[in-house]
Design a protein around this ligand. Structure first.
Ligand code: RTP
Length: 155
């Protein structure tokens, strides 16, 4: 039995269609696994337009919004739920700045992307949005509640 550790959060990470098309799925998942976060949900998924619009509803007044919706629905994405201490902010660090040209080398976007409009991955920006987005993208029964047998301290 493990006591609930302080600061354990969950976040929604999504490999965008360009990441899938470019064969970066394994590389991106690997970075979160190696960091030591716990994978709770994983699926390849063709996003319907309505879901993309709900996910990005806060950006609907932006000029790039229609292109963003076209991009996210242009091919399959990989949806993931990850758990861990401080996983929301830590994932944003692993991902790097929104504009890949400003993302530090060593980050996913810094190493693997060039354009803001093709920045390969999404990560929730707050614990509240982590919950909201996991609820939005996953159905009940698609998430696994589990504890790794060998390394529970990694949580
Ligand atoms: P994300 O939600 O994907 O992790 O990205 P973010 O928080 O770093 O950036 P946000 O401002 O929330 O924008 C969401 C996504 O919209 C696209 N975008 N395009 N000027 C542009 O053309 C522009 N600005 C943003 C990007 O795909 C960005 O990740």
């Amino acid at each position: 039995l493990f006591s609930v550790q302080e600061g354990v959060e969950e976040t929604y990470i999504m490999i965008k269609p360009d990441g899938v098309q470019r064969g970066l799925v394994g590389e991106i998942i690997s970075r979160f696994e190696k960091k030591g976060f716990l994978l709770k949900g994983l699926k390849l998924f063709q996003c319907p337009k309505e879901l993309a619009e709900e996910h990005y509803k806060d950006l609907k007044d932006k000029s790039f919004y229609p292109k963003l919706i076209d991009y996210i629905t242009s091919g399959p994405v990989v949806c993931m739920a990850w758990e861990g201490v401080g996983v929301v902010a830590s994932s944003r660090k692993l991902i790097g700045a929104t504009n890949p040209l400003q993302a530090e080398p060593g980050t996913i976007r810094g190493d693997l992307a060039v354009q803001t409009g093709r920045n390969v991955v999404h990560g929730s920006d707050s614990p509240e949005n982590g919950h909201r987005e996991i609820d939005l993208w996953f159905k009940e029964g698609e998430l696994c509640q589990w504890v790794p047998a060998q390394a529970p301290w990694l949580r």
